[in-house]
Design a protein around this ligand. Structure first.
Ligand code: NAP
Length: 380
């Protein structure tokens, strides 16, 4: 696997002392971060990482980053001089719920370049991206919604970022901090055709299917996943493959296809007309117990796989994979993506590791923030 610019931005080479002092003498580019979803799981983990890393970023890479604003649906705080990331909970305690117009006015008002870091799952904020980008506000996002709608909207986003001459980064929308999107972008930048990709991209589905494979009823496995907080706030997003669908649409577009969401063929855990209540009441238990039995007898495992091929279709399905296949051997919470390209055909590029979790996702966001800010940095 080749390290693309996202990864390289995190792994800054050590510089010799003389060069280091020359670097720190460079004027730091002042960039204001505004954090959306400030008290959510991912944003809270990001605040902890910002508190640790912000002071040294100026020294290491000449970035004068500061947290200049943060908000969620319950409150907002903006301060030109910068906010201590870990003091934010306290600062937001008595804040009033902001309106989107108030927040947009604060975003547009600053004289310093502004990077919106979106750690919400909000469609409302995703819809604002094109205007923000055109107005010169950079965006780093973990929110899949803006990039997984119609192809026309996806294109409009890319055009808006170019028109505003600002960064737009979304590596964490697929596989948390794993460099999946960056790798696809790197392949395409150097003109290497992407031929196919497939991946296990949902920790919650892997957990449920593994439990079913062990003999647990589907309804029980689901209830367990929900109780452990492994599913999205609305578990139907996982079970009807809504989340996986968004991820596959994003990946196929990075691979070069003008894919529309409705072109993806989906065979989900939820039967047509089925409901979460029905699944939890055991309506599908017998069917899935039988599928797991058949797979086990063949020494196979049930795995939810999202796949795309240049010449074929985009598809999401539960497959019975040979037990020895890398897709079937993943531990809970692990993701794996295989990319076949012009020069990596017989032996595909494989990217694997934790594909979710607030700390990993926050680390991916921080990598994107640093890479985005370096795009704004004056050349030395
Ligand atoms: N958790 C993961 O492992 C993971 C991995 C990869 C990507 N992601 C993505 O990262 C994003 C955040 O995930 P999370 O797990 O941190 O979710 P979360 O814990 O539910 O936090 C979401 C935050 O967004 C805020 N929010 C929602 N709608 C908003 C709006 N319209 N305006 C302002 N704030 C809004 C919420 O504020 P209130 O509390 O005030 O409602 C909350 O602070 C999601 O898009 C998710 O898909 C998550």
């Amino acid at each position: 696997m080749s390290l693309h610019d996202h990864g390289a931005a995190v792994a800054e080479p050590v510089v010799a002392p003389s060069k280091r002092s020359a670097r720190s003498a460079l004027p730091a580019t002042a960039i204001r971060i505004v954090l959306a979803g400030a008290r959510g799981r991912v944003a809270s983990a990001l605040r902890a990482q910002l508190a640790r890393e912000l002071p040294s970023l100026r020294e290491r890479i000449g970035l004068g980053l500061h947290l200049g604003g943060a908000f969620d649906r319950r409150g907002s705080v903006f301060e030109d001089a910068g906010i201590e990331p870990l003091a934010l909970d306290q600062r937001l305690l008595h804040a009033a719920p902001p309106t989107i117009d108030q927040l947009l006015a604060r975003l547009h008002a600053a004289s310093t370049p502004t990077l919106l870091v979106d750690a919400t799952g909000s469609s409302e904020w995703a819809a604002e991206y094109p205007h923000l980008l055109r107005a010169g506000i950079g965006i780093v996002t973990a929110n899949k919604r803006a990039h997984s709608g119609s192809y026309r909207d996806w294109l409009a986003l890319q055009q808006a970022a170019r028109a505003g001459n600002v960064p737009l980064r979304y590596e964490t929308t697929v596989g948390a901090a794993l460099p999946v999107i960056g790798t696809l972008q790197c392949l395409r930048r150097r003109g290497e055709r992407v031929l196919a990709l497939e991946g296990v991209l949902s920790g919650s589905l892997s957990f449920v299917l593994e439990r079913v494979q062990q003999g647990t009823r589907l309804s029980e496995a689901l209830a367990e996943a929900i109780a452990l907080g492994y599913t999205e706030p609305d578990p139907l997003e996982d079970l009807a493959f809504v989340d996986l669908h968004r991820k596959l649409v994003i990946l196929a577009r990075e691979a070069g296809q003008r894919l529309e969401p409705e072109q993806v063929r989906i065979d989900s855990l939820l039967p047509p007309g089925g409901s979460l209540a029905g699944l939890l009441a055991g309506h599908c238990d017998a069917r899935w117990a039988e599928r797991a039995d058949i797979a086990r007898r063949d020494d196979r495992r049930l795995v939810a796989v999202a796949s795309w091929q240049l010449a074929g279709q985009a598809r999401i399905e539960v497959r019975a994979e040979p037990a020895a296949s890398p897709l079937a051997r993943l531990a809970g919470g692990e993701n794996l993506v295989r990319i076949r390209s012009e020069y990596h055909d017989a032996l595909p590029i494989t990217i694997t590791g934790p594909g979710a979790g607030p700390a990993a996702t926050a680390a991916g966001l921080l990598g994107d923030i640093i890479a985005a800010c370096r795009e704004w940095r004056p050349r030395d």
